[in-house]
Design a protein around this ligand. Structure first.
Ligand code: ADP
Length: 301
């Protein structure tokens, strides 16, 4: 196969592992910076140009689109889809997953376990929203945040009110969420490929930190997940329409709850914690599924 990896830097761990895994399995692979792709979007024969050259005859594209370039990156993935190139994850699914609010609404509709979550616009409704999600302690999240930034734990009702008021005053969109204290500062990252959880790790925040993000100094270890957690992760990825996803789960008193479904999950933490060749499994998935014109959307939607 001829595979394109859309990534801004070939030296990133995930990107270089995917290159290595593709080469090891005998494929031709190239790292392409999505921000340097340009295209004539009105041409009836869709194409993508890169450094003066037309990108042609690719069988599959692996999008590794960072949150800050979602809009442009997804336009490039969509153009590949219009050319009939098989995307590991489709552009619509990536766009969907980048909107935390929309994701939670979609997951809720399909009955996936979620932390009780509220959304409000007017400061006049703060007290009622706090009551609706069960009162303090609660977690307040900036919709635009990533890597744990903009996720605040408010331990008392008063603290919650003032933090929400401050965020709304800054015109920020926020989610107000039940605090799953029983998770003990840990969450579970389930790495889904196809319809399987191929690796799972437990991430724990550093002492005194409720956020378990590895970027915030958390540590990761191999974990055995329950069948319920496994099926929750697989269903969540499916609802989002993602072939490959990092599904973040909290162990709550009312069963596994999904916090987030990530469409470009990092490979470093999961490969190191589990010792598994996740990059190789992603390439194997492409070998099984990548066929010309096999994208669900071909750029529609
Ligand atoms: P980000 O997308 O910025 O990583 P998350 O929503 O994943 O934000 O939250 C960051 C971390 O905070 C999570 O990994 C988890 O450890 C913790 N956390 C988030 N929401 C809750 C919650 N409702 N209850 C308990 N812990 C939470």
């Amino acid at each position: 196969m001829k595979i394109a990896i859309l990534s801004r830097r070939a030296s990133l761990y995930s990107t270089s592992r995917l290159v290595e895994a593709a080469k090891a399995r005998g494929h031709e692979v190239r790292v392409i910076n999505p921000l340097r792709c340009y295209m004539n979007i009105t041409s009836h024969r869709p194409s993508i140009h890169y450094n003066g050259e037309a990108l042609e005859s690719y069988d599959a594209v692996i999008p590794r689109i960072g949150a800050s370039i979602t809009f442009y990156g997804c336009a490039v993935v969509r153009q590949f889809e219009m050319m009939g190139v098989y995307p590991l994850n489709e552009s619509v699914a990536i766009t969907r997953s980048r909107d935390k609010l929309r994701s939670l609404q979609l997951l809720a509709r399909k009955g996936i376990g979620l932390p009780v979550t509220g959304f409000a616009h007017s400061p006049d409704d703060i007290q009622d929203v706090i009551k609706m999600v069960g009162g303090a302690p609660l977690v307040i999240k900036l919709l635009e945040g990533t890597q744990g930034i903009g996720v605040v734990l408010a331990e008392t009702e008063k603290a919650a009110e003032s933090v929400i008021e401050a965020f709304l005053g800054l015109r920020a969109n926020i989610l107000v969420q039940e605090f799953i204290g029983e998770a003990g500062g840990s969450d579970i990252r389930c790495f889904v490929v196809g319809e399987k959880v191929v690796a799972a790790m437990k991430r724990t925040g550093k002492e005194g930190e409720f956020r378990s993000n590895l970027h915030r100094g958390g540590t990761a270890e191999l974990i055995r997940i329950t069948p319920e957690e496994r099926s929750t992760a697989v269903r969540a990825a499916k609802v989002m329409g993602l072939n490959v996803a990092g599904v973040d789960i909290l162990r709550s008193n009312h069963g596994p709850v999904v916090m987030e479904v990530n469409s470009s999950p990092g490979l470093e933490g999961i490969e190191q914690a589990t010792g598994k060749d996740v990059a190789g499994m992603i390439i194997q998935f492409l070998e099984k599924n990548a066929r010309p014109n096999r994208t669900g959307t071909r750029g529609r939607g």
